[in-house]
Design a protein around this ligand. Sequence first.
Ligand code: HEM
Length: 126
Amino acid sequence: MDEAFIWQEIGEKGFRELVAAFYHRISGDDLLGPMYPQHDMEGAEERLYLFLCFRFGGDTRYTEQRGHPRLRMRHMSFRIGEAERDRWVELMSAAMLECDMSPEARSVLEAFFTQVADFMRNQGPP
Ligand code: HEM
């Protein structure tokens, strides 16, 4: 995957906009909304934002604050099956469309999010 291309095109500002558009959808979602901490949606938004800056830009703020991502382990306390995975990717894809992003960047990110979302699944067929 071309991390440098994504970072150059989207950068901090773009990821900030993307997670805002995504969490706006999460808050109103019947399936995923209740899983997230209603009292700390800003914190949740910040964690995903910093993770994306770490993953694509090598920014160290996420690991300084949260340590090694260990994302699969951190998602174990949530019930994530195919429906939750598909909804997450659907909301993220809608958020990407809302943001001003080239089709190339969108397709690279879509593949990344789809793969990671399936890796987070802890219910249903392997
Ligand atoms: C498959 C469906 C998914 C569900 C249902 C889900 C749900 C959640 C929930 C409920 C949280 C806790 C919110 C918080 O307080 O931070 C969380 C945290 C997080 N998620 Fe997901 N997630 C999914 C997929 C993903 C994917 C695909 C990524 C990355 C590409 C991701 C990255 C993160 C990160 C970075 C955190 C914060 C981890 C931390 O530092 O504690 N999640 N997720």
